[in-house]
Design a protein around this ligand. Structure first.
Ligand code: MRU
Length: 341
């Protein structure tokens, strides 16, 4: 298996923790030095860092930062609790924090910091490996000489510890000389597709076309798309997929037009404790994200806004889930348990 690479780097761990401020992309590449766990919580809530696997990796390093400052277990437990709860939908976040905290709890007091650092580095490395595998397996799902993919939100290096999940599949197709084009929905209201996915594609010379979210129906009807490939923030035991708002309509449209819809996600995104899609907590975000276009107010602040950050796609609309352990197809309670149990 050849390693697929990217020029995009969202986070650095060395003398401390630095994250690329994704709120400022694509206009500026500004790095933020994370001071402590509380600072990381703020950055995560503000979407300076985002994307399910990267949320987990960032929180893992932030807890390690905290462990370098104190050996006090009660203080570390409080920091861990706050990090885990910073955003509710991506299960990767709480899972990563619990893994680092378990390493801290198991270590002797003098070794708590190094145990936390090691756990965070391991988690980061495993996610990079998972992305490579997901890219490889996902690319195999598409047989054509040239394959065009429709994607949503940002699932690339800016969202993971490696080449990405859905965008990892796109990068792998490109490395194999088989990528026709990647179509990126803009992902209103925060524009992770327009601002982040398009920028990532430009960094790595991937042929990308941007579309407004509601142009997806016309694009799918035109027959130009071989597959819709998306990420996930949490996959329930029945195979329901929570992902960026706008995924569910894409799934309905893909089914209507006979185009396969693939969810690409590492095992850290599966939550077998969530029996079905209804039990996935969905983050509701500030209405100002919708009332404004960038800095410009377009709607009066008194207008109520419905702004869920994610939606849930039922398993019957998901053609396959690709994870590092293999391809889950058809997506049923049994096949999900087999892959992630
Ligand atoms: O609100 P965000 O930007 O954190 O949402 C991100 C997504 O919905 C991604 O599609 C998902 O986390 C998968 S990232 C590999």
């Amino acid at each position: 298996m050849t390693t697929v690479t990217t020029r995009v780097e969202p986070l650095r761990w060395g003398r401390g923790l630095e994250v690329l401020d994704q709120r400022q992309l694509p206009w500026r590449q500004a790095w933020i030095e994370v001071r402590d766990a509380a600072h990381a919580v703020h950055l995560i809530r503000a979407l300076a860092v985002r994307g399910a696997p990267l949320l987990g990796i960032t929180a893992a390093y932030a807890l390690a930062l905290e462990a370098l400052r104190t050996r006090d277990l009660p203080r570390l437990r409080i920091a861990a609790g706050r990090l885990a709860a910073a955003r509710p939908t991506a299960v990767n976040l709480a899972r990563a924090v619990h893994q680092v905290m378990a390493a801290v709890e198991a270590a002797r007091p003098q070794q708590r910091a190094s145990a936390a650092v090691q756990a965070a580095i391991t988690l980061h490395g495993l996610d990079a490996v998972a992305c490579q595998r997901i890219g490889e397996l996902g690319a195999r799902l598409f047989r054509g000489e040239k394959v065009s993919i429709l994607t949503h939100c940002n699932t690339g290096a800016l969202a993971t510890g490696g080449i990405g999940t859905a965008l990892g599949v796109v990068r792998t197709l490109h490395a194999q000389g088989r990528l026709g084009r990647v179509f990126a929905c803009e992902a209103r209201p925060v524009l992770q597709g327009a601002r982040l996915t398009v920028w990532e594609c430009q960094q790595d010379d991937l042929p990308v076309t941007l579309l407004p979210d509601h142009a997806a129906a016309t694009l799918l009807a035109s027959g130009q798309v071989d597959g819709v490939v998306l990420g996930a923030d949490r996959i329930a035991a029945d195979g329901a997929v929570a992902n960026k708002l706008g995924t569910y309509p894409l799934a309905v449209l893909a089914a209507r037009h006979g185009v396969p819809l693939v969810s690409a996600a590492p095992l850290s995104t599966f939550d077998l404790a969530c029996p079905d899609g209804r039990s996935i907590p969905i983050e509701q975000r500030d209405g100002e994200e919708v009332r404004r276009l960038g800095r410009h107010r377009v709607v009066d602040p008194s207008v109520p806004v419905f702004n869920p950050a994610f939606d849930v796609t039922p398993p019957e609309l998901v053609s396959a889930i690709v994870c590092e352990r293999g391809i889950v197809r058809p997506v049923t309670r049994d096949t999900v348990r087999e892959a992630a149990g």
